[in-house]
Design a binder for this molecule. Structure first.
Ligand SMILES: [Zn+2]
Length: 367
């Protein structure tokens, strides 16, 4: 793929990261006068079947959606996406994803794998369009802290933008099943940005300390523990192989009459029991190591993403999607006479970040 086409693909993925649907993306591409795939191929002198379309910049939303779903842009090759039943039935059928063969790193990547995954996630969220056609960068990320349901974005052309708000979908659907707690979009944006800004600043100041603190609360074990697990795993595997050999030996001894049938039965049962236990242990160890390594990778990935935003001065949809997984909104508390509302941010890859605690410790240490 040439550089020009690669740039268009990147642009499409970026627009999706800003939570725009394929229809909106098609519109933007048209406005930016980006040639649609067939027009582009013609310009490059490639053979394109069919009539030349009147509108060179007319992007079909389905084409945009297909581009967003292509895993190949991450640099891998995907085989067996479709199959045919027999040589007589030439109709191509979709093969379920678990039957695909994916070969990674077979050609240069245009899209980072994490961005590709994010885009699939955004597309799965199926954003509810508001009647006005307006959408919020927070759409699909906001949940009610009390009932766990999604909160819907409500906007109207009649009111000012500052009246736009999110409301628990349970409250709206079946009145009464959840209490009314809405949050205005501007307030939400302020609160989320304040938290994100503080997290970004904190990680930039104390990267090593942040890593250590998160490792402690993620039930994350240190590299040292993982090394111990690995060592135990190797020992277990060695012993399993040894038991196999021992079993063959007593079997041969038994056949040759050197070991009685009774003794053979007892010994082989012992070996089998031990081996079974070891196999179960090996499986647990392997899973544990895998989970731990993933968490360490995720934490590093998160720190890497945060670093990228060290100079961010205002919240962008892209930064929001890259760093935040979900936001939980609590019910407003008016007991103090003022409206107070708790929000809880689940960051991508690492979850909840105890910012207050971290900052408190920082104060104590510098005091
Ligand atoms: Zn609710």
């Amino acid at each position: 793929m040439d550089e020009e086409a690669a740039q268009v693909v990147k642009r499409i993925f970026n627009l999706c990261m800003e939570v725009r649907g394929s229809k909106q993306i098609a519109q933007v591409l048209k406005e930016e006068k980006i040639l649609a795939p067939n027009a582009y191929r013609r310009k490059e002198g490639l053979n394109v079947p069919g009539m030349e379309s009147a509108d060179q910049y007319g992007w079909n939303p389905t084409v945009v959606a297909n581009i967003l779903e292509r895993r190949e842009y991450t640099g891998c090759t995907v085989n067996f996406k479709t199959y045919t039943n027999s040589i007589w039935d030439k109709k191509k059928r979709d093969n379920p994803e678990e039957n695909w063969a994916i070969f990674e790193g077979t050609h240069p990547a245009i899209i980072e794998p994490e961005v590709w995954e994010k885009v699939q996630e955004i597309r799965r969220q199926r954003h509810r369009r508001t009647r006005t056609g307006k959408s919020s960068m927070f759409s699909g990320l906001i949940y009610c802290a009390d009932c766990g349901a999604k909160m819907y974005y409500c906007t109207s052309n009649k009111y000012e933008k500052r009246q736009d708000h999110f409301v628990c979908s349970r409250y709206r659907d079946t009145a009464g099943s959840c209490t009314i707690h809405y949050i205005r979009a501007v307030v939400l944006e302020q609160m989320v940005w304040m938290h994100m800004e503080a997290v970004i600043a904190y990680v930039s100041r104390h990267e090593a300390y942040f890593r250590k603190q998160m490792e402690q609360r993620l039930p994350l074990q240190s590299q040292e523990t993982i090394r111990m697990h690995r060592k135990k795993l190797a020992q277990d595997e060695k012993r399993i192989a040894e038991l196999d050999r021992l079993f063959i030996r007593i079997y041969e001894d038994n056949v040759a009459g050197r070991v009685s049938d009774e003794r053979f039965a007892m010994m082989s049962r012992n070996y089998e029991d031990e081996q079974e236990q070891l196999k179960a242990e090996v499986q647990t160890l392997q899973q544990e190591i895998e989970v731990q390594e993933r968490q360490i990778q995720d934490l590093e990935q998160f720190i890497k993403r945060v670093r990228k935003y060290a100079d961010l001065r205002e919240l962008t949809p892209y930064a929001l999607r890259e760093l935040v997984k979900a936001i939980y909104i609590g019910a407003p508390d008016k007991s103090s006479g003022k409206r107070r509302q708790e929000i809880r941010i689940e960051y991508d890859l690492v979850g909840y970040i105890p910012l207050d605690k971290l900052m408190e410790q920082e104060k104590q240490e510098t005091a």
